[in-house]
Design a protein around this ligand. Structure first.
Ligand code: 5AD
Ligand code: SF4
Length: 461
């Protein structure tokens, strides 16, 4: 506290001054559900709490505050949240001073459901007002449970993040999504697209590098739309420009990004990737389905042929690029033929890996109204297994093809299973385990010796 504050101690203290000593020295625990944006939001929540004097702990039992940062993309995320809240009630009964805050996409979507089903929650906050968390916790301290959800963000929030990894960082380049994929709840929860100015992104990246970061992942729901909402004196910055600029920051070794939309992914971006040394050979291009009929029903804005054309273009422009994807099985109306078309595209595209999802109906999305066309869950499960089997085979073959090659790896430190083994990640975003010790954050070379379906083993060079 400053001496100035001391001199006015006789005056009525502001709420902030009255509360400050009560949270300083207290502990918090954050549980994150969902995607990388949520992981990054959790880092920012941690940043706010630490700026307020709190310290992180590794378990609910040791925490004075528990924050659940929720996800709404599929139904199982809902179930996990309510399961967690049930357990937390028991903790709160035992320790009434424990504060519980629920934020993120599911809080944004189901604000009242969370309140009704878990009245013991102190603060419900949304995706557009993370910066208000400390103030809402104060309010709950003094006035009891509070719910505050905003419908949109005024700007992309500039919040300090507390990172767990000193060498790798996420950098938000835009928030929101202007697309209307019929299965997806994100646009309803994260709002319209809003880009950060390139100068703000670059200063953050430079600050991170000065702090020891060697790898950044640029985050946005739809990075190809980056800059369309900005006006830099009559000019709009493009994502390709941003990639070139970020990739040229001195001292930055690696740049990844996620996710582009196949309909907007173009040669200019592929060329920017290939020409910019730090931008890694990895592209996440979400396919969703290989059936033209289903892609149209999903409002994806491309067909299988165009998707495969983009894959071919990316491989031609940036040789050695690894491709990953997202696929949904069982979208309403999906027939055996539609599913076969997905298998055909998967076989043709030969992804290095795929995140495969069973369609989950999200109330509020257009597809949720297609109830008459919901696919039998047994059929969906069978298709899902068939798809993962094919993709695993392809992933294994792709991994076998790199045996004998030397890869540049970034060390993440000792592997989780064995202290004597270093876990590294290649520029193609593959995990490679190598016997020996390489400090986290260091780049090193290894020759791949053994392929596994989902990772590689290598030998230090
Ligand atoms: N059901 C299943 N998967 C979904 N995804 C988004 N919405 C749904 C849904 N309702 C998947 C998409 C997206 C990824 C992040 O999550 O494949 O690319
Ligand atoms: Fe959802 Fe489609 Fe936007 Fe991705 S592009 S966040 S799938 S609406």
């Amino acid at each position: 506290m400053t001496s100035e504050t001391n001199t006015v101690a006789v005056a009525l203290p502001t709420r902030r001054e009255r509360r400050r000593p009560t949270r300083k020295g207290k502990t918090y625990f954050i549980r994150t559900f969902g995607c990388q944006m949520n992981e990054h939001d959790s880092e920012r929540i941690a940043g706010l709490l630490e700026a307020d004097g709190m310290t992180a702990v590794g378990s609910v039992g040791a925490a004075d505050l528990v924050v659940l940062n929720t996800c709404a993309i599929r139904e199982n995320a809902d179930n996990r949240l309510y399961g967690n809240l049930g357990h937390l009630k028991a903790d709160k009964d035992e320790r009434p001073a424990l504060q519980i805050a629920v934020g993120g996409c599911l809080a944004q979507k189901d604000r009242n459901v969370v309140r009704d089903r878990a009245p013991w929650v102190d603060v419900v906050f949304g995706t557009h007002n993370i910066d208000r968390l400390v103030s809402l916790l104060d309010q709950a301290d003094e006035w009891g449970p509070v719910t505050e959800i905003l419908e949109e963000s005024a700007a992309v929030p500039e919040l300090p993040a507390k990172r767990d990894d000193p060498h790798r960082a996420w950098v938000t380049i835009m928030i929101g999504c202007n697309n209307s994929c019929t299965f997806c709840i994100v646009p309803a929860l994260r709002g319209a697209e809003m880009s950060r100015r390139p100068s703000d992104v670059l200063s953050e990246v430079r600050r991170l590098v000065a702090d020891g970061v060697v790898e950044v992942t640029l985050l946005g729901q739809n990075v190809n739309s980056y800059g369309r909402d900005l006006d830099l004196g009559g000019r709009k910055p493009l994502f390709a420009d941003l990639l070139r600029q970020v990739g040229s920051v001195d001292g930055l070794e690696r740049v990844f990004y996620t996710s582009p939309h196949p309909k907007d992914f173009n040669r200019d971006v592929a060329e920017a990737m290939a020409e910019t040394r730090a931008v890694c050979e990895h592209l996440h291009l979400p396919l969703q389905s290989g059936s033209d009929r289903i892609l149209a029903a999903m409002h994806r804005g491309y067909n299988a042929e165009r998707f495969l054309g983009k894959v071919e273009m990316a491989r031609e422009v940036y040789p050695g690029i690894a491709l990953t994807t997202d696929i949904i099985v069982g979208f309403p109306g999906e027939t055996d033929d539609d599913f076969q078309a997905t298998l055909d595209v998967v076989a043709a595209a030969r992804f290095d890996s795929a995140f495969t999802f069973i369609y989950s109906s999200r109330p509020g999305t257009a597809a949720a109204d297609m109830v008459d066309e919901f696919v039998d869950p047994g059929v969906v499960r069978e298709r899902y297994l068939k798809l993962t089997e094919l993709q695993d085979e392809i992933a294994f073959e792709k991994n076998q093809a790199v045996v004998g090659q030397s890869l540049q790896l970034l060390s993440s430190g000792p592997s989780r299973k064995d202290e004597a083994v270093t876990s590294g990640r290649s520029r193609t975003n593959k995990t490679v385990n190598v016997a020996g010790t390489v400090p986290a954050g260091q780049l090193f070379d290894a020759v791949v010796t053994v392929a596994h379906p989902h990772h590689l083993t290598g030998r230090l060079v």
